[in-house]
Design a protein around this ligand. Structure first.
Ligand code: HEC
Ligand code: HEC
Ligand code: HEC
Ligand code: HEC
Length: 341
């Protein structure tokens, strides 16, 4: 994280020198180092089906549509921002930015492949290299495949099997962890984001492995994990949000409610599951007093929840979680329209 922030800052200074302007608050502004971003056209070379599905989502459309929405203008005015797409507090969650040929950082798209799968510069070539012209996914030696995936992850790729990581990304935007944006700008303070409901509707793009024939729903074992890891992340990111809370206003109240709701839901679920990781997280949720200006306490609680959630995601056999099935959202509840190839 530190090197990430450092490189962003250095990059900002470089841009500032080149443009003769003051560096903007880069660390908050971009989620990904713009210099590492490839852009969705690069992914489209091999993932046209995934791209076609993505183009139907709010994540894609926000790029063109956000700046002309009256509500966006209203928020920007309250925040004192002239341009929604440039140098503003909106960039980090609504847009992807990348330097153009002259080195000037520009927004190129909305929330892209790399917002969720990681900036692509270092893994694009590695993750699809089966090891030679004659080799395909079918006859690639297992050792090569394992190394290919390990190297891809080490190069910053966030794969769907990394349930915790791919899901943490959603919560880092969707809990809207920005006090000023909510209290001053009047931005919605995150909605009742639930991972199964929100990932299996319009966002679903499980198309690559069927060559674009079928946009399959995540299997029930995976939905169980997404559901529970999502609730854990809800608590973790509520704590992260509360770490920044300084005023008793909408922002703090909504984060506090999020923390209480997630804790209560996990507790109710664990009545039938009796899972020790869930029990530990519920204990953390119940032990943490809700208060303002308590950065250290919340940061430390969030870290603990995160460590347990990662272990839960890595070690739990989804077969042991069948009791959750009755609670899983049904397809009619999925958010947005599923892309149909
Ligand atoms: C040169 C072709 C190529 C490019 C460019 C490419 N990919 Fe891939 N990608 C593949 C192939 C092939 C696979 C399937 C690998 C396999 O079968 O093991 C894949 C698989 C994936 C997966 C699924 C991994 C998994 O765990 O199952 C993701 C996610 C992904 N790519 C993301 C991206 C993103 C994001 C970009 C752009 C930054 C990108 N890819 C660019 C060829 C490519
Ligand atoms: C921390 C992440 C984050 C930042 C920063 C952010 N947004 Fe958002 N915004 C979101 C998310 C997530 C949603 C979707 C909310 C939902 O449906 O849960 C959203 C939705 C919106 C909407 C639709 C709201 C509605 O009521 O329909 C508008 C308008 C908007 N944002 C404007 C802005 C503007 C303008 C800025 C910059 C001043 C900004 N946002 C900065 C995360 C963010
Ligand atoms: C909002 C976050 C998000 C965005 C944006 C996103 N992905 Fe994904 N992607 C995921 C998640 C989560 C999964 C696993 C889905 C599941 O388990 O149902 C996934 C799965 C995949 C897979 C494997 C599944 C399959 O059969 O194809 C590929 C390949 C992939 N994404 C590529 C891309 C590409 C290319 C883009 C850009 C066009 C993209 N993704 C945009 C979150 C995202
Ligand atoms: C980089 C920040 C970011 C990430 C990461 C992200 N989102 Fe979003 N998402 C947004 C914003 C911003 C919007 C609102 C866009 C708009 O309407 O202008 C949004 C909108 C959505 C919507 C449409 C909501 C509606 O209005 O109907 C869904 C569904 C959604 N996100 C699901 C997900 C899921 C699932 C993940 C993780 C796999 C995810 N998002 C990851 C920022 C993000």
């Amino acid at each position: 994280m530190k090197t990430f922030t450092n490189s962003i800052l250095k990059f900002g200074l470089l841009i500032a020198l080149l443009c003769g302007s003051a560096p903007f608050a880069l660390a908050d502004e971009f989620r990904m180092d713009p210099a590492r971003v490839q852009g969705p056209d690069v992914c489209a070379d091999c993932h046209e089906y995934n791209v076609a599905a993505w183009r139907e989502t709010h994540h894609f459309k926000t790029f063109k549509e956000l700046p002309s929405r009256p509500k966006a203008r209203e928020i920007a005015d309250k925040m004192g921002l002239k341009r929604i797409k440039q140098g503003s507090d909106c960039l980090g969650c609504h847009f992807t930015a990348k330097p153009d040929d002259s080195g000037k950082v520009k927004t190129i798209a909305g929330i892209t492949c790399e917002s969720c799968h990681g900036a692509g510069d270092k893994y694009v070539d590695i993750h699809s290299d089966f090891g030679g012209k004659e080799v395909t996914a079918e006859n690639e030696p297992a050792a090569h495949r394992d190394k290919r995936w390990a190297d891809s992850s080490a190069a910053g790729m966030i794969r769907p099997v990394d349930t915790y990581k791919v899901a943490a990304n959603c919560y880092s935007c969707h809990t809207v962890p920005n006090e000023k944006l909510v209290n001053v700008g009047g931005h919605p303070a995150g909605s009742k984001f639930e991972l199964v409901r929100w990932s299996q509707g319009e966002v679903r793009h499980n198309l690559h492995y069927s060559n674009g024939k079928e946009n399959v729903e995540a299997p029930v074992e995976r939905r169980r994990m997404l559901y529970l890891v999502g609730k854990m992340l809800d608590l973790e990111y509520a704590f992260r949000g509360l770490a920044d809370a300084t005023a008793k206003a909408d922002y703090a109240v909504s984060m506090a409610k999020r923390a209480q709701r997630a804790t209560a839901q996990l507790k109710a679920l664990n009545g039938t599951l009796n899972n020790s990781h869930i029990a530990q997280i519920v204990a953390l949720g119940e032990a943490t007093k809700l208060k303002l200006n308590a950065r250290d306490a919340y940061t430390s609680a969030a870290k603990k929840v995160s460590d347990i959630a990662k272990k839960f995601a890595a070690d739990t056999d989804p077969a042991s979680l069948a009791a959750v099935d009755a609670r899983l959202p049904t397809p009619d509840k999925y958010r947005g329209k599923v892309y149909n190839p």
